[in-house]
Design a protein around this ligand. Structure first.
Ligand SMILES: [Zn+2]
Length: 82
């Protein structure tokens, strides 16, 4: 499996992500210290914050039409394997 660098558009293999967490072609950092790969943050368009601000607003304003009504206690049998 390979990914494409959002900055230079060259392929980035899993080995590069696992070892350096950076694009081997342009060096842009794609993964954080904890190993989370964030292609959106690495994209040039996000450096202005426009895209991240847009999606932050979208997710913050989303209200599901029919929110799930779930009592945590009903999950106990699954958790305990019953
Ligand atoms: Zn790159």
């Amino acid at each position: 499996m390979t990914f494409r660098c959002p900055s230079c558009r060259n392929e980035v293999g899993l080995d590069a992500l696992r070892s350096a967490g950076a694009c081997p072609s342009c060096g842009v950092q794609l993964a954080t210290d904890d190993g989370i790969v964030d292609f959106v943050a690495a994209a040039p368009v996000v450096k202005s914050g426009d895209e991240r601000d847009y999606y932050d607003d979208v997710y913050a304003s989303y209200v599901p039409a029919d929110p799930v009504k779930l009592e945590l206690a009903t999950l106990a049998p699954r958790w305990h394997g019953q």
